[in-house]
Design a protein around this ligand. Structure first.
Ligand SMILES: CC(C)(COP(=O)(O)OP(=O)(O)OC[C@H]1O[C@@H](n2cnc3c(N)ncnc32)[C@H](O)[C@@H]1OP(=O)(O)O)[C@@H](O)C(=O)NCCC(=O)NCCS
Length: 217
């Protein structure tokens, strides 16, 4: 397994002194805020539902946003009377391998404001938050046909960890993309797994008929 060591590219500017405590960054007229309250939920759902192939129930949204409100970051356009123009919804918990995993569940940007780095800024800010709370890695799944998402994440250093066959209801495969947030040598389970792989490979190589002096001709 190849570990990505590329660091996350510089994201938006930090919040200004006169910004409220919810503001985590800004770029031009776009302000990035943490989730505030339930009044934002309808617009979040509308923005995400129109683009994604998987229908999510309101309980799914609440599970993520109430559980990890600082991992739900919303982009507002101050030039459009604070219209919501993008959102990212994530969580953080322990994976089966006991790594502290940041998980990006949903990401969407208003169709009229795409290719202006709002999506990249949302991901960068969410990753900063994951780093701040000590996550070892960030992961997500995306349809293999979603070129925009694939490029956005790969530009930020994510790599293709797995291909998941027919992962979505529409039958499309997914890529699981991953970004290491810590030096891999800090993750003892990764180091142990690598050692095991190397030992297994050495045993296999030694047991091949051509290996060693005892090989028969
Ligand atoms: C994917 C999405 C969030 C990207 O948001 P965005 O704000 O337009 O993305 P950015 O401006 O930050 O783009 C960053 C890079 O991603 C790539 N990219 C973004 N949109 C692209 C497109 N339509 N085609 C090809 N590459 C694209 C480019 O490399 C781009 O950098 P560049 O503009 O310098 O070439 C947006 O297209 C969207 O909301 N799509 C629908 C929902 C979705 O697919 N979400 C992801 C689910 S995993």
């Amino acid at each position: 397994m190849a570990a990505a060591t590329k660091t996350v590219a510089l994201g938006p500017e930090p919040a200004r002194a006169d910004d409220g405590p919810r503001t985590v960054g800004r770029r031009g007229s776009i302000r990035y805020d943490y989730f505030k309250d339930e009044s934002e939920l309808g617009s979040i759902i509308a923005m995400i539902d129109k683009d994604l192939s998987e229908p999510y129930s309101i309980y799914t949204y609440r599970y993520f946003i109430r559980g990890w409100p600082k991992l739900c970051i919303i982009a507002y356009d101050e030039d459009q009377e604070d219209k919501m123009v993008g959102v990212i919804v994530c969580k953080a918990d322990h994976s089966r391998r006991q790594r502290y995993r940041g998980y990006i569940a949903m990401l969407a940007v208003d169709t009229t404001l795409r290719r202006k780095r709002i999506g990249s800024s949302l991901v960068t800010l969410a990753i900063r938050e994951m780093v701040a709370i000590g996550c070892d890695e960030a992961v997500l799944e995306t349809e293999i046909t979603n070129k925009a998402a694939m490029r956005l994440y790969e530009n930020l250093g994510f790599y293709r960890d797995k291909r998941l066959c027919k992962y979505y209801l529409n039958g499309v495969d997914a890529f699981r993309l991953k970004l290491w947030l810590k030096d891999v040598s800090d993750c003892s389970d990764v180091v142990a797994a690598r050692k095991q792989q190397e030992e297994a490979a050495a045993v296999l190589a030694a047991s091949r008929p051509s290996a060693g002096a005892g090989a028969q001709t």
